[in-house]
Design a protein around this ligand. Structure first.
Ligand code: DX5
Ligand code: ZN
Length: 219
């Protein structure tokens, strides 16, 4: 817990060259690669599925941080485990059985993460906090890269960090959406330690951008 990690989001990379893009992420010094799975139902956009993740796995030893924006994600846990996912993060809004779904991720030998949309209160996380390795606070509405950071989410990060302390738990706090060299600082100060960056990381020199994000949180 609490070690800083940068997670460039492959959603903003060149889809025709994932092998090369993964090597670039690795070379940048980023700790994770964030992989956004979208089904066109939970969110309007469609990205890619476990087959693509399995293909990526052959080209990278990076930690695969898979963010599932799909309805009833429990249906895909085994498939992503086989594909080589390290962390699977699922939305409380996407399943009737969030507790069981998280148990299924752990039973499959992966790290389990839980995530809430900007419109969902932190309270929805409380019943499953003791099950997870990671809590993700969405700082945009999920579905697309390149959206503006929602500053009101910073309070939620603080509240989750406070709950973690009160309950004596040990999980990472990740933020996703609109993270750049400016917004990252407030999320770090609030208690986040895993930072997803899509458009900021890839719309420029990746090495330089990852270094700038690291500098911003280490300052
Ligand atoms: C949005 C995804 C994000 C996305 C972030 O639904 O969950 O991971 O890639 O992209 P940026 O950093 O451009 O907001
Ligand atoms: Zn994401």
């Amino acid at each position: 817990m609490s070690q800083f990690k940068i997670a460039p989001s492959i959603l903003a990379a060149d889809y025709a060259n994932f092998a090369t893009e993964l090597k670039r992420v690795e070379a940048s010094g980023a700790e994770y690669v964030h992989i956004d799975i979208m089904d066109g139902q939970f969110v309007p956009n469609i990205s890619f599925g476990a087959g693509v993740v399995a293909a990526m796995r052959k080209h990278s030893k990076l930690i695969f941080d898979c963010h599932l924006m799909v309805v009833d994600p429990e249906r895909y846990v085994d498939e992503f485990a086989q594909a080589g996912a390290d962390i699977i993060t699922i939305h409380v809004e996407a399943t009737t059985h969030i507790h069981g779904a998280l148990q299924k991720i752990k039973a499959a030998g992966m790290q389990a993460g839980v995530v809430i949309n900007p419109g969902t209160p932190v309270e929805a996380l409380i019943p499953v906090l003791d099950l997870v390795d990671q809590v993700l606070i969405m700082t945009v509405n999920p579905g697309f890269g390149g959206q503006a950071f929602i500053p009101e989410m910073v309070e939620k990060i603080k509240r989750v960090a406070q709950l973690r302390q009160e309950k004596g738990l040990d999980f990472d706090i990740e933020v996703d959406g609109g993270i750049d060299d400016k917004s990252i600082k407030a999320t770090k100060d609030a208690g986040a330690n895993v930072f997803v960056a899509g458009s900021y990381a890839f719309n420029g020199d990746l090495n330089e951008r990852v270094a700038t994000l690291k500098k911003a949180i280490e300052a």
